[in-house]
Design a protein around this ligand. Structure first.
Ligand SMILES: Cc1cc2nc3c(=O)[nH]c(=O)nc-3n(C[C@H](O)[C@H](O)[C@H](O)COP(=O)(O)O)c2cc1C
Length: 385
């Protein structure tokens, strides 16, 4: 996956940035609108379901596709639906990662409801579980009940600061095992959560992660899936606050002047294409350690649980000031990935029925700004009774 706006900074392009008058034109709107949902969480919407959902939509999710839709039924029920057009058919052919994203969202929903004294009673896949891909059945049915027993979760305090930090990490600042352990301990349920800061294992995983990245990048269909989701420049991010956001003044200029185009990014041999590879090298190779989630079986239920665990680990990392970033390429089930996919399973000790659901690197750097989100109202199918 491509992430950072530094990706395409070529010499010629850099020189262009000097032209201050052009900056205003290319800049377009600021990114405040795309980040508005982060400010709206905490407002009172007059319905506890909306109050909780305002936090839930801030969940991490693959390529920030935000594939959820909510139907508020009666007085207290939320039916969670999937927008089938927001999946990633090439990098996520069996909707495994998309389902993990739903798990992240549902856990934030539960935590936010509990904060207001509501118990979220969750029925996963009430219409049955779809394999190998989702077909539109509900992902979950959630009922909120006011209670005195809803135990508040200390991780609530970290929801608004939580980030997937996709920048290179500081290679002079190792991660202590006890810090990583605090992240691992945040998981709940019966999946196997682990991690390492041990140099030899870390470096072997880095090698595999790098192989995974280059395979995803060099496979036309998977590279194109990412490129199609790039939002280049602030205007594009505000118009579509999802996908891979490459906002900022520079990107607006690059796009306006034709320096950055989806075609250039998709053409091996161009500067843009080569810069994409160069940009990811320090990101992967600066990993100071890894955390992972394994499951004994690759079922829809373990996928949801992995999401719930991942967002808890992400919140716990934020709490201790640690950056964390999923590197999912080697976990992907498209045919070209078969060799490193087998190697990471072997490295992490997964048997024939098992699966590695999440793998993320850890380290330290400055936390980035919040990622874009579609407003809550755009995700509502109906608002109930
Ligand atoms: C199942 C899953 C897989 C992900 N895989 C990747 C990945 O391979 N590379 C990456 O940069 N981010 C990955 N992410 C992080 C998302 O890109 C990120 O959550 C999204 O862009 C929103 O940003 P935020 O988490 O900072 O709010 C993944 C997230 C989830 C839940």
């Amino acid at each position: 996956m491509f992430t950072r706006r530094t990706i395409l900074m070529t010499g010629g392009a850099a020189a262009l940035i000097g032209g201050a008058s052009a900056v205003g034109i290319a800049h377009g709107p600021g990114l405040a609108k795309a980040r508005a949902p982060w400010r709206q969480a905490g407002e009172s919407f007059g319905d506890p379901r909306l109050d909780a959902l305002a936090y839930a939509i801030l969940a991490p999710n693959p390529h920030n596709r935000q594939p959820w839709r909510f139907d508020l039924v009666g007085e207290d029920r939320i039916d969670v639906h999937i927008d089938l057009d927001r999946r990633l058919p090439h990098t996520d052919p069996f909707d495994r990662q998309i389902t993990i994203g739903f798990g992240c969202m549902l856990e934030l929903l539960r935590i936010a409801a509990a904060e207001k004294g509501y118990l979220a009673d969750l029925t996963p896949f009430p219409d049955g579980k779809d394999y190998p891909r989702h077909t539109g059945s509900r992902i979950a049915q959630v009922t909120l009940t006011k209670t005195n027993d809803a135990e508040r979760d200390a991780l609530f305090a970290n929801i608004l600061a939580r980030r997937s930090t996709k920048e290179p990490y500081d290679t002079s600042q190792p991660v202590a095992a006890e810090t990583l352990n605090k992240v691992i301990a945040a998981g709940q349920g019966d999946l196997e959560i682990g991690g390492t800061v041990e140099t030899a294992l870390r470096d072997r995983i880095i090698d595999l992660a790098w192989q995974g990245f280059t395979i995803e990048y060099e496979t036309d269909l998977t590279r194109r899936e990412s490129i199609d989701l790039m939002r280049i420049g602030n205007r594009a991010v505000v118009e579509n606050p999802d996908g891979i956001d490459l906002g900022g003044v520079q990107m607006g200029l690059f796009k306006m002047t034709g320096i950055v185009s989806p075609e250039g990014l998709d053409t091996p041999g161009t500067t843009a294409f080569e810069q994409g590879v160069k940009m990811y090298d320090p990101i992967i190779h600066s990993a100071q350690g890894f955390a992972w989630i394994k499951a004994a079986e690759n079922t829809r239920l373990t996928q949801l649980q992995a999401g719930r665990d991942w967002v808890r680990m992400n919140l716990a990392a934020q709490k201790v000031g640690l950056c964390i970033h999923p590197l999912s390429q080697i976990l992907q089930e498209f045919p070209e990935m078969a060799a490193p996919y087998a190697s990471i399973r072997q490295e992490l000790g997964v048997d024939a029925d098992g699966v590695v659901h999440m793998l993320g690197r850890v380290g330290y750097t400055k936390f980035p700004p919040a990622s874009p989100r579609w407003p809550l109202e755009s995700k509502l199918i109906s608002t109930g009774a």
